[in-house]
Design a binder for this molecule. Structure first.
Ligand code: TPP
Ligand code: SF4
Length: 345
């Protein structure tokens, strides 16, 4: 195909244009691998960085937006408050796509209320939770996603049941829910692409080991446990609108499920163990419960509903972003003022 030179994508940008500052996180931290996959996915999707706004709360994970897409807008907000800041900003300019990065402490502990409300509002944002079961930044306390019985040297034994981020997202009416593992970069990248194509909230719960405070082999958020217990529901491939579908040889009838996205793109899922339909909410609930009971790390696209309108679409907004409206645009015409005055007296 004629087009851009090999190292430039269709937006005319090189991969370097999608990078951020060098990481300051620990070497081997799962969060670094996720930032790298965001760079790769956005480059391959030909995203214009200036059309993206990055948001985060507080934590090692919430530092991540610094490490990708320096040319995009960005706001590092307060602990657990990323959803409301993002909601305001994406109302201010509803043409931007949000990429939010949070931690399990940021979202499932202090920010749980905000998390659930941004789900039901269906904000047009990818919401990544870099889930390591601990508060990495403040030296490894248990977070709300830590498994019961987890024993850490300085913390003792966790007595509480864990919060399941995907289950919480599902019951809060999120419209795209996926789980992955930082040790599976290909799946992370394809899910990121699909999430970007989704118009609405797209939750990615990514198990992202904290190599400093919670990476012993028996911990549910460690590299070893993830590798041993990962049960992908399908192989996932994202097909951009109008690009050639070249997978027919690999995929046989009956094993393949396609999900058409709002923008004309397609997600192709090749089922592995079971015939899984991610548009069936009841099946999604069941697979999460089964995974919980059997100690599986079920990964892949768990649920998607491309039909529900995103938050900005449920309001009768003008096409021009609200933050670009001028005084002249906002001032009612004299006849309209007359009408309003007449109604009052
Ligand atoms: C209101 C408030 N309470 C507590 C803190 C302290 N604090 C900073 S980060 C953090 C938890 C971070 O954990 P997580 O979101 O899981 O991110 P990680 O560092 O593990 O990536 C806490 C409790 C804070 N900054 N603000
Ligand atoms: S403390 Fe843990 S979460 Fe924070 S950067 Fe280091 S490995 Fe990552």
């Amino acid at each position: 195909m004629a087009g851009a030179p090999a190292n430039l994508n269709l937006a005319g940008l090189s991969k370097n244009d999608y990078r951020g500052n060098p990481t300051t996180l620990c070497q081997g931290c799962g969060h670094n691998s996720i930032a790298n996959q965001i760079v790769a996915a956005m480059y391959e999707m030909n995203v214009v960085p200036e059309n993206v706004a990055k948001f985060s709360g507080i934590g090692c994970s919430s530092k991540s937006p610094t490490y990708f897409m320096s040319r995009s807008f960005g706001f590092n907000s307060l602990h657990g408050r990323m959803p409301s800041i993002a909601t305001g900003a994406l109302f201010g300019d509803h043409r931007l796509k949000g990429i939010g990065v949070s931690g399990d402490g940021d979202s499932a502990s202090i920010g749980m209320g905000q998390f659930k409300h941004v789900m039901r509002r269906n904000l047009n944002m990818i919401y990544i939770i870099e889930n390591n079961g601990v508060y990495g930044l403040t030296k490894g306390q248990f977070s709300a996603t830590a498994e019961r019985g987890l024993s850490l040297k300085k913390q003792g034994v966790n007595p509480y049941m864990p919060v399941d981020i995907c289950m919480e997202a599902l019951v809060s009416s999120a419209t795209f829910i996926a789980r992955s593992f930082a040790g599976n970069p290909k799946q992370v990248k394809e899910l990121l692409k699909a999430a970007f194509a989704h118009r609405g909230i797209a939750v990615l719960d990514i198990i992202s080991p904290c190599v400093t405070f919670n990476n012993q082999d028996n911990a549910y958020h460690s590299y070893a446990w993830g590798k041993d217990h990962e049960e992908p529901l399908h192989d996932i491939t994202y097909i951009a609108p109008r690009s050639e579908i070249i997978l027919e040889e690999e995929m046989k009838d009956g094993e393949v499920r396609e999900v058409a996205m709002h923008d004309g793109s397609t997600i192709i899922l090749k089922n592995l163990e079971q015939d899984y339909n991610p548009t069936d909410r009841f099946q999604a609930l069941r697979v999460l419960e089964e995974a919980h009971q059997n100690n599986w790390l079920a990964t892949g696209l768990i649920y998607v509903n491309p039909e529900k309108p995103a938050l900005a679409d449920t309001y009768n907004l003008v096409d021009t972003p609200l933050n670009r409206l001028t005084d002249v645009d906002l001032r009612p015409a004299p006849e309209m003022i007359e009408k309003i005055n007449a109604l009052m007296f």
